[in-house]
Design a protein around this ligand. Structure first.
Ligand code: NAD
Length: 494
């Protein structure tokens, strides 16, 4: 690892970097080697309150909500530039935090985060208000206004990208934000906070806090000074967030878990489908909300497909995430790996058969072999619950109808993949799947212009695109009477 010295990061509150009032820091552990690589200031209840009050003040009395989208967009472009200028350090910290390979953080996470800030930064010109012509003599102007103070909370699997997905549209719309990454992987976000502190954003507009305390998220969601909660995390936590946000009827978006089906038909391009299936479950060691964790394979090619897939999975190069040659790094922490191992045990007990993996490579770090289960029934625990690790469940099917039935037989609805050369069949099928994204002959296509989000227990609301921007706005109708003579019906009703 090139980042050798233990770095220290502070909170960004009221426009300046400062340690928590307690002066406590918590350790960030590199899952590749188990070593502490950074320390982050640990926000206490009082720090959360100060951050929220700063955002409240910034929104109620500051100039940010009154600025034009174009002016706010300029700040987003500056954030993107800072990300690009500090790309190497951010990629290294993202890698050390999450265990994601350096190839991944260098070529995907960091540039994607910059591109999202750029996309929303340049979107400002398109934010026009709408004038609605109607049959009455009333001029209707529809305006979109910021919601107010937004509490944004993210998980640990894609810290920089999730930060960009939330901050860019929320800030562009004129909200003031308190942002909380996960303590399990937050060093890259806290470096970004340090960089943003130089920008001269108006006071209170953006507050970034980290905390080792599980209650910090609840304190944010429950604060009466917060108007909106934008949450990404597990479905279980999402339910708790929704219950808490109901007090005060806060606006809410929930981006939650998944158990996405990856449907492979016999008429697919087999090499492409094998490559896609591997990426869908083994990139970022399977710690992706959209992981294609249920692989449905048409019976005609089942045997051949599984044999080839298992051979490729066994050949993945496992190693420290900071090596550019590594194809498969550690999981985010030993604790998380232990949770995944419990699922593997459960799968064996249920009668599923391990085709490969399931073991822990020798040495320190949070490593786990890429794991593939065959003889899986969709009703099994391992096929129904989100494992959030490199564990694939392979299930055969005989017809498109059966594939749709199995695919939809889940409480989640985030994404699905279909592999076939028959695009008419794929498109018809895509419309029968109950989920927010369907990838045909590809996987993981996220575009800044295109909304992303879930159905069912995968949540509601959308990120990215115009839909993602609108989540952070509320709609106002301003109706001006245009009656000739200025006497509308209501003025003479009584
Ligand atoms: P998590 O739900 O445990 O934690 C997410 C965040 O919420 C963290 O910052 C955590 O500190 C905070 N938190 C914990 N309890 C809270 C509470 N009661 N109130 C408010 N905040 C609270 O999830 P995780 O383990 O960090 O991340 C993995 C999960 O995230 C998976 O389920 C994955 O599918 C999901 N995820 C979803 C998407 C998506 O876009 N749909 C993207 C990435 C990850």
């Amino acid at each position: 690892m090139t980042t050798t010295a233990v770095q220290q990061f502070d909170l960004l509150i009221e426009g300046k970097l400062s340690p928590s009032l307690s002066g406590n820091y918590f350790d960030c552990i590199n899952p590749s080697n188990g070593e502490v690589f950074a320390r982050v200031s640990d926000a206490d209840t009082v720090d959360v309150e100060i951050a929220v009050s700063a955002a409240r003040l910034g929104f109620d009395h500051g100039r940010w909500p009154k600025m034009s989208n174009a002016e706010r967009g300029e700040f987003l472009i500056k954030i993107a530039s800072l990300i690009r200028e500090n790309a190497k350090e951010l990629a290294e910290l993202e890698c050390a935090s999450t265990g994601k390979t350096i190839k991944h953080t260098t070529f995907i996470d960091v540039p994607t985060a910059a591109e999202t800030f750029e996309y929303f930064g340049h979107l400002s010109g398109k934010m026009i208000n709408e004038t609605i012509r109607n049959s009455t003599p009333v001029l209707s102007v529809i305006e979109r206004e910021p919601v107010g103070v937004v509490a944004a909370i993210i998980p640990w699997n894609y810290p920089l990208i999730m930060t960009a997905w939330k901050l860019a549209p929320a800030l562009l719309a004129g909200n003031c934000v308190v942002f909380k990454p996960s303590p399990a992987a937050c060093a890259s976000v806290m470096l970004l906070a340090k960089l943003i502190a130089q920008l001269g954003l108006p006071k209170g507009v953006l507050n970034i806090i980290a905390s080792s305390r599980a209650q910090a998220g609840q304190e944010l969601v429950g604060s009466p000074e917060v108007d909106m909660v934008s949450f990404t995390g597990s479905s279980k936590t999402g339910e708790a967030v929704m219950a808490l946000a109901s007090k005060g009827v806060k606006k809410l978006t929930l981006e939650l878990g998944g158990k996405s089906p990856n449907i492979v038909f016999a008429d697919c391009d087999m090499e492409a489908a094998i490559g896609g299936a591997l990426s869908a479950i083994f990139m970022n060691q399977g710690q992706m909300c959209t992981a294609g964790s249920r692989l449905l394979v048409e019976d005609k090619i089942y045997q051949e497909f599984v044999e080839k897939l298992v051979a490729r999975a066994k050949s993945l190069k496992i190693g420290p995430a900071d090596n550019f040659e590594t194809e498969f790094g550690p999981l985010v922490s030993v604790e998380h790996r232990d949770n995944v191992l419990k699922f593997i045990e459960k799968g064996k007990q249920e009668g599923a058969k391990l085709a490969c993996g399931g073991g822990i490579p020798n040495g320190p770090g949070a490593y786990l072999e890429p794991t593939i289960f065959i003889n899986v029934r969709n009703s099994m625990h391992i096929a129904q619950e989100e494992i959030f690790g490199p564990v694939l469940c392979v299930i055969p099917f005989t017809s498109a109808d059966e594939a749709v039935h199995i695919a939809n037989d889940t409480k989640y609805g985030l994404a699905a993949m279909i592999w076939t050369k028959d695009l008419e069949k794929a498109n018809k099928l895509a419309r029968r799947l109950r989920c927010g994204t369907v990838w045909i002959n590809t996987y993981g296509v996220f575009l800044n212009e295109v909304p992303f989000g879930g159905y069912k227990l995968s949540g509601f609301g959308r990120e990215l695109g115009m839909s993602g921007y609108w989540e952070y706005t509320q709609i106002k109708h301003i109706a001006t009477d245009q009656t000739p003579g200025g006497r509308s019906l209501v003025t003479c009703w009584y």
